[in-house]
Design a protein around this ligand. Structure first.
Ligand code: CDP
Length: 135
């Protein structure tokens, strides 16, 4: 299926930033990931571009409209066959709320990025985001 880009399933995540802060979301499921923090996002649907998927996932999960920016260089292996790719995203309208998949959100400034327990895969991704947002 077109969920596959070359031979992996692509998961997109958003580095949503607003007024100098980055949004972190705490997962509520599945049990093995609950309580850990991530950049919100999800899997591409068949035929969907990464940017479309990102806008859709952030709308579903957070109830906001966003505009994708640039891809953060790099990709991170989630599990065999699954890769995480990250785009910056600008908040266009709405106030993010943990509608689906998350139970808490936090806006983090540059000096607060280490204050939450990121998912293992998100840790290097967040480092790459920080290098881009706060060069
Ligand atoms: O919402 P959807 O079911 O499309 O995807 P998801 O469950 O949010 O994410 C798919 C997989 O990617 C899960 O195994 C997540 O743990 C992982 N993921 C991650 O490690 N870091 C992210 N920032 C987003 C997803």
């Amino acid at each position: 299926m077109t969920l596959h880009n070359a031979d992996h399933v692509v998961v997109v995540a958003g580095a949503l930033y607003d007024r100098g802060r980055l949004l972190a979301a705490r997962r509520s499921a599945p049990p093995e990931l609950a309580g850990r923090w991530e950049l919100p996002g999800g899997k591409l649907e068949p035929g969907e571009s990464a940017e479309k998927a990102l806008v859709r996932e952030l709308r579903e999960e957070l109830g906001v409209e966003t505009e994708p920016g640039e891809r953060i260089p790099g990709e991170w292996l989630l599990k065999p066959g699954y890769v995480l790719r990250v785009w910056t995203a600008r908040l266009v309208s709405g106030e993010p709320a943990p509608l689906e998949d998350h139970d808490e959100l936090r806006w983090l400034g540059r000096d607060e990025l280490g204050s939450v327990d990121w998912l293992d895969v998100d840790r290097p991704a967040v480092d790459a985001v920080a290098a881009r947002l706060w060069p």
